[in-house]
Design a protein around this ligand. Structure first.
Ligand SMILES: [Fe+2]
Ligand SMILES: [Fe+2]
Length: 415
């Protein structure tokens, strides 16, 4: 038993004695487990402390010191992945603060991050180049749109037909139970945030629009055609978790001068790292070499790819999406997500670039990059957002990401 200051009271603590106010009036009985509301009321009533079972301020102070030590451990761990020179920009410093706070909270409940394994192989061996590779050469004969499921083409065809209505589309979608179920779960998630439940496919299509529906069908089809990437090189679920995270954050990073959360950014985010999948399929050994080189030099993966292949997965993804005739600006956005300054649509590319950094720093899924990439100059500024907006975007984003991942992968394992 011990006296605990009201400021240190926590929900669930048990009163060791009847609690009375300063005038001696009875407030709560001995044995009561405190609720958050009661703790707030104690403050309002001017009750400054309470006798709590098995606790005292000294122990609370000890706990505070222990949490402080865990916080320092979390920061030390993240320092390696997110070194100080990359935190010079205020938004990167804020991101580091948010990430270390989250890691510390997980560590307090027993989680311990895996130790980082750095590569120590000889640079000469690791830097063995693969000459003569080009994005065009790798894409040729690679995943063709023709291998997409029929439903995707039926939707596209219908969208190109004059007078095609949401009812026609609903008929086509209704024939694919898996797509119908995903569509309904997605429109009822916090991603759209509609206040009323949407229970029918025609209603869902009327609300989200026909283009959105075709995007969803495209996303679902893409996930299915890349199922055969060797799992010893890349696990598909974490790959798509990272992609969904990037899509959600791109959509949420709405520049202050714009009002709409444009859906094409979600799709661009979802597809931004597709080039990595092509590399894992076509050059799995060389891609493993790029991963090792990035760990050896502590550089982001795309830099190691450029070093070894002469181009990176972003350029390859752009070539693939263009070959699928995915409309502009999505291929360009994807192509420049690691060097936004070189694109002709810099604002949009900045959203994808920042969203990728957020997803990597928060370690949602796997990006292939152990290290948080540097923020390109002017990328954050071009969004016109306050640094203070970051925490809210992350909190909102994490909820949407969890729901969307569940829509696509809920209960499905890793395929
Ligand atoms: Fe990337
Ligand atoms: Fe990425």
């Amino acid at each position: 038993m011990g006296r605990v200051a009201t400021a240190n009271l926590k929900e669930g603590m048990t009163l060791a004695e009847d609690l009375k106010d300063s005038a001696g009036r009875f407030v709560l009985p001995r044995g009561a487990a405190l609720t958050a509301k009661q703790i707030r009321m104690l403050k309002i009533w001017g009750i400054f402390s309470a006798e709590i079972e098995g606790s005292d301020d000294e122990r609370i102070e000890e706990e505070r010191r222990a949490s402080e030590a865990i916080r320092r451990q979390a920061e030390a761990f993240l320092e390696t992945l997110f070194p100080a020179p990359r935190r010079g920009h205020p938004v990167m410093a804020e991101l580091f603060r948010v990430c270390s706070g989250r890691l510390a909270a997980r560590m307090e409940s027993g989680f311990r991050p895996d130790p980082i394994s750095f590569e120590s192989g000889s640079l000469d061996t690791l830097r063995r180049h693969r000459p003569g590779l080009t994005p065009d050469g790798l894409i040729r004969g690679e995943i063709r749109l023709a291998s997409f499921p029929d439903i995707y083409f039926k939707i596209r065809e219908l969208l190109e037909t004059p007078y095609a209505s949401a009812v026609h589309l609903a008929e086509v979608v209704g024939k694919d139970p898996s797509l119908s179920a995903r569509l309904l779960r997605l429109v009822n998630s916090s991603f759209y945030g509609f206040p009323q439940p949407i229970e029918s496919i025609p209603r869902a299509i009327a609300i989200i629009g026909t283009t959105e529906l075709s995007n969803l069908a495209l996303a679902a089809s893409t996930m299915s055609v890349f199922r055969d990437v060797p799992s010893e090189y890349v696990s598909m679920r974490p790959f798509w978790e990272h992609a969904v995270a990037c899509g959600v954050f791109s959509r949420l990073l709405v520049p202050s001068r714009e009002v709409r959360q444009e859906e094409r950014f979600f799709l661009a985010g979802l597809f931004h790292d597709l080039g990595r999948l092509v590399l894992y399929r076509r050059l799995p050994r060389e891609m493993t070499g790029a991963l090792r080189l990035s760990r050896r030099l502590r550089i982001p993966l795309h830099e190691a790819e450029r070093d070894l292949f002469g181009f990176d997965h972003a350029a390859l993804g752009r070539t693939l999406l263009a070959s699928w005739r995915i409309p502009d600006p999505i291929p360009d956005l994807v192509g420049f997500h690691h060097n936004f300054a070189e694109t002709t649509a810099p604002d949009g590319a900045a959203r994808l670039h920042v969203a990728d950094i957020l997803s990597i720093a928060l370690q949602i899924g796997t990006s292939g990059s152990l290290f948080v990439p540097p923020l390109e100059r002017g990328a954050w500024e071009s969004l016109g957002l306050e640094v203070e907006a970051l925490q809210g975007i992350i909190t909102q984003g994490e909820r949407q990401i969890a729901e969307i991942v569940n829509v696509f992968f809920g209960g499905e394992g890793t395929s």
